[in-house]
Write a protein that binds this ligand. Structure first.
Ligand SMILES: Cc1cc2nc3c(=O)[nH]c(=O)nc-3n(C[C@H](O)[C@H](O)[C@H](O)COP(=O)(O)OP(=O)(O)OC[C@H]3O[C@@H](n4cnc5c(N)ncnc54)[C@H](O)[C@@H]3O)c2cc1C
Length: 509
């Protein structure tokens, strides 16, 4: 009998890969119940696909390259743009109710830094929820897919340098080993390494940490995208005011009612995210406040057009039709991750990576809005096409790994605040060294393996940011404020190279 492929993660990347593999058997481990604990379900904008008349994959690629600040792998990006139409059709087949016009054609909207209206959406800001509902339903109806929910992977099991399983903990907290020699990592992003994030708590960077510890190469770790318009009402994770609001004409003002983006960029509020995020950060640092003003552009249509944002605002007593929405930058997306080739293969035999945990090179130093859901489905489908049948796998067995130790909240807060203060929107050499000291100490002393793994993932970001002495895309160093042409290449780090950078900093070099 064919043995199951193991997929770690139940977001869009993991579920889409499982569905594309059907009828081949698949076992999914997901840290939360399906549909929860995944950024995918929270996506508000939609999926970029150059399928409208007059639009082309080449134009989409040109926009992707422009956003990526010199580091986009053009061949990867073009390949992705070319497959967008087929993958959106797959989603329609799985039952995703994308918005259509009266003739039954997909309706597409425009988002920041896209030269065309090319985002397929669902009822304004409901894309992620609708996509995940359809996929979860399809997965539950597919007999070849077995799902273990609330099952958190902790470590990859290795035999002679190749992956042979995943050690995880289920709802009882007991460790067990899922054996398997073809493993797809789809664990999502790193948001909870930062004090302010739009990501669910499961986005803890653990996928990067597990892969690196097993020997995989991590690429572009320093490139983190901060969303400029998280809604600043003190919630963790912070709710998001989608970019589509600015696409519809919403403006940004400070507490004096002054627009601050017009003087900074010709596209004003629709400038690339990193520029907008730094501007919001600067207004907040200067005590001038930062707000999204949707009153004129959207006004009374708000609740119908953007129900998710409306609900988040209402929970804090804000009515976006008549009130300003307070905003702050928040960790939103990680361009870096586990290095893969165009088929989703990592550098470690038997290990594949897809979705936000992967680094395919399509985003370069900064992601173009709505390209991440697209990347997840394009590369998940490619993995499903080429991944070999596993030679070996077995049902889960108890594994001797000691009792589960949860992160202690104070140290976790310290980790997240350190990342926000020193590895965030604006970085400096001194701040990054401070972060490396703190994170290395947490990694070495944490009683909780999960916390140590988070610290390791955070160290990859801090060390790569320290190493890159320039500013580019999502990575801004106030001590090196411009791009350096000779540094226009992607970064790669193994865990051994990470240790070299960390040890040099600790030694005061
Ligand atoms: C608020 C918000 C809005 C966004 N809007 C858009 C948008 O409009 N368009 C767009 O293209 N992108 C958007 N993004 C980004 C996009 O949603 C994500 O990049 C994408 O959904 C990532 O998909 P994924 O499957 O890789 O990860 P996720 O959807 O985050 O799924 C990861 C899965 O792995 C599981 N997991 C994590 N750790 C473990 C573990 N140790 N063991 C087992 N399972 C684990 C999680 O529980 C989850 O099931 C948005 C992101 C956010 C947060």
């Amino acid at each position: 009998m064919t043995k199951p492929v193991l997929i770690v993660g139940g977001g869009l990347a993991g579920l889409f890969c499982a569905l594309k593999l059907s009828p081949r058997p698949v076992t999914i481990l997901a840290a939360a119940p399906l549909g929860a604990g995944a950024s995918s379900a929270w996506a508000q904008g939609g999926i970029a696909a150059a399928i409208a008349e007059g639009d082309t994959p080449e134009k989409h690629t040109a926009d992707t390259i422009a956003a990526g600040a010199g580091l986009v792998d053009a061949e990867m990006a073009l390949g992705m743009a070319r497959e967008a139409g087929d993958r959106v059709r797959d989603l329609l087949f799985y039952g995703v109710p994308f918005d259509k016009d009266l003739e039954g054609q997909l309706v597409q909207s425009r988002e920041a830094a896209h030269s065309e209206r090319r985002i397929v959406r669902v009822r304004g800001d409901m894309a992620g929820k609708a996509i995940m509902e359809a996929l979860v339903d399809a997965v539950r109806r597919t007999p070849s897919i077995t799902v273990h929910e609330s099952e958190s992977a902790e470590k990859l099991h290795l035999t002679a340098g190749r992956v042979t399983g995943v050690i995880s903990r289920g709802p009882t907290g007991k460790a067990r080993l899922f054996s398997g020699d073809q493993i797809v990592l789809a664990t999502g992003g790193i948001g909870h390494l930062y004090a302010v994030t739009t990501n669910p708590v499961q986005s803890s960077g653990i996928g990067i940490s597990m892969a690196a510890e097993a020997g995989a190469v991590i690429a572009d770790a320093e490139f983190v995208q901060f969303h400029p318009t998280a809604i600043a009402i003190g919630r963790d994770p912070a709710p998001l005011a989608t970019e589509a609001l600015r696409g519809e004409g919403a403006i940004m003002v400070n507490k004096a009612g002054k627009r601050f983006m017009q003087v900074l960029h010709p596209d004003a509020e629709l400038a690339p995210r990193d520029i907008v995020a730094r501007a919001v950060f600067a207004e907040l640092q200067a005590g001038r406040g930062a707000f999204l003003d949707c009153r004129t552009a959207i006004g009374a249509r708000f609740a119908d057009a953007f129900p998710t944002v409306d609900a988040a605002c209402s929970s804090a007593g804000i009515n976006p039709a008549t009130d300003l929405i307070p905003i702050a930058p928040a960790e939103h997306y990680h361009m870096g991750g586990v290095l893969t080739d165009k088929a989703g293969r990592t550098t470690l035999p038997g290990l594949w990576a897809v979705g936000e945990v992967a680094s395919t090179g399509v985003h370069g130093a900064n992601r173009l809005a709505s390209n991440s859901l697209l990347e997840a489905i394009v590369f998940a489908a490619r993995i499903a096409e080429v991944i070999p049948a596993p030679l070996h796998s077995a049902p889960p067995v108890a594994f001797a790994a000691g009792p589960e130790i949860l992160p202690d909240p104070e140290t976790l807060d310290m980790l997240r605040q350190t990342m926000a203060d020193h590895v965030g929107v604006i970085r400096t050499s001194l701040g990054l060294k401070t972060a490396i000291w703190t994170l290395a100490d947490i990694e070495a002393t944490a009683a909780s393996p999960h916390l140590a793994a988070m610290a390791r993932a955070a160290l990859f970001i801090a060390a790569a940011a320290y190493d890159r002495e320039e500013s580019r895309g999502g990575h801004f160093r106030s001590d090196f404020p411009g791009p350096v042409p000779t540094l226009a290449h992607r970064s790669r780090l193994t865990v051994t190279e990470l240790r070299t950078i960390v040890n040099a900093v600790l030694a005061g070099a």
